[in-house]
Design a protein around this ligand. Sequence first.
Ligand code: AGP
Length: 609
Amino acid sequence: MCGIIGYSGHRPAVPLLVEGLHRLEYRGYDSSGVAFEQAGRLQVVKAAGKLSALEAKLEENAYMLATTGMGHTRWATHGLPVEKNAHPHLSQDGRIAIVHNGIIENFQELKEELLAKGHTFLSDTDTEVLAHLIGEERKAAPSLREAFARALRRAHGAYAVVMIALEEPGVMYAARMSAPLLMGVGVGECFLASDIPAFLPYTRDVVFLEDGELARIKGPKWEVLSLADLSPVKKSVSHVPWDMQAAAKGGYKHFMLKEIMEQPRVITDCLTGRVAEEKDGPRVLLHELDALPVPSRLHIVACGTSYNAGLWGRQLLEGVGRIPTDLDIASEFRYRDPMLLPGEVVMVISQSGETADTLAALRLAREKGCKVIGLCNVVGSSIAREADVVLYTQAGPEISVASTKAMCSQMVLIALMALYYGQRNGVTDNAMLRGLLELPERLAAALPSMQERAAQLALRFASSRSFFYLGRGQCHALALEGALKLKELSYIHAEGYAAGEMKHGPIALIDPQFPTFALALDDALFAKVKSNIQEVLARQGRVIALVQEREGRTPDLQVEELWVLPASLPALSGFFALPALQLFSYQMADYLGKDVDQPRNLAKSVTVE
Ligand code: AGP
């Protein structure tokens, strides 16, 4: 995710752009920049690092005459977060500037074509390729808007893009495809932005652009056209009654809830550019791994929720990828002098890419001569920079301290790795890959009712002082994650346990005051978990059972609360169970009045031992 803002009107544009970028920092903040016209020139100022670095480069008196401009705060997906990769980017002749949020999947192919025409590039980004493509199209197109449209029709993938050009002073063009972009209609002025907070202090009148629409703005005048044929599109203006806080959270009460509900988009973004439709079916592309031999064994090392993601994925890496896989908590791995044999690979998983124990584990593995794969969400983070190969989860900034969408994206990437290594081992699982591709739509449809169910259950169990979470196989990892979420958000003691382990002692704890959240999903271990549920019920334990329909019927479990999730392939049921567990913990914490986004004693990134 990145943050975009554009302005055309009667005020000095640059201060407005910077102010708006501050309100969009939650969408990304590894580099930023602005572009504006002044004295017949297109000027671009950009900086790596936080927005303060950009502000330090902007001397107020030199920019106050510009009344049209655009700004961008970056969350890197292509190219490191360094100044040359910051937006805006210019066309070859420097007469067109754009800012972009999204991923142009076919940018390499377009770049080759432009290089062959003599183009030279200053950055590693897909965005600069798009700017050059617009400039190239302008040579043959009858107008700037036609050139803009032709270039966008050739760009495959997701984009929200804003353009300014010297040939049309005071004008901004914009378009979107699978990435948010909206227009703020003020008095004598118009804004473009990725999200409402950017211009909320100036107007609450909003035009929501849809995929395949192109907008042209000049001061108070705006029009929306169809990207396909530039025919006019009639749009209504909506009034948004949000305050600033609500707007930054997309109207949700907390960032955590917003990030839980973003998971369908996160799955889409994580899959983008990594699945190719070929004649004999879909194929996983993970070019980052192509140069590495297939590991003789994979050692997954991580902390907290990232560890739980790895535990969830081990079964797929072995079962589908045919890669022997084991797992370590990073703070244990780094002190046990692990044996790492030739051909083995360590994979560290870290949302922040800065967790001290995980980084130490990476360094230890490398000292031992072992190749390291980093699964990260933050481009340019320490782990991303020190790993031999990095795979980015592309989940966008995760603001809430409790990790939610990051785990979902880690699970997607591990599932893709399992399929990828399966392909390299001569085994394919088209059903699972198609199941992954269908997930975003299916999960988006299920989330609203899951939130309602979670709220009902929170009301009934909020007075609990302890909770068991039980599961087997991949649900064991989800049980650990469910317990972790409940602990860190509502401060209720919770234990995640392998269901088969209960009879080896923990079942002594069961009584009516110690409820159990049992994950009894539609997989090969359902009958075993059902027996474990009976053992708990026999000791007057209260049970919430998370289930799926089996052969079109709801499982017959005599429990206090049955929570039925959509049916799915067993390997993918975790993508429905995870948000259910997250929402239950969220609703419990919210009901109990806890500080959901910043729970006590926690930090978003544990950069100390
Ligand atoms: C997750 O809700 C926790 N806040 C925490 O366990 C976190 O997952 C852990 O600290 C690892 O962080 P990382 O993924 O950034 O390395």
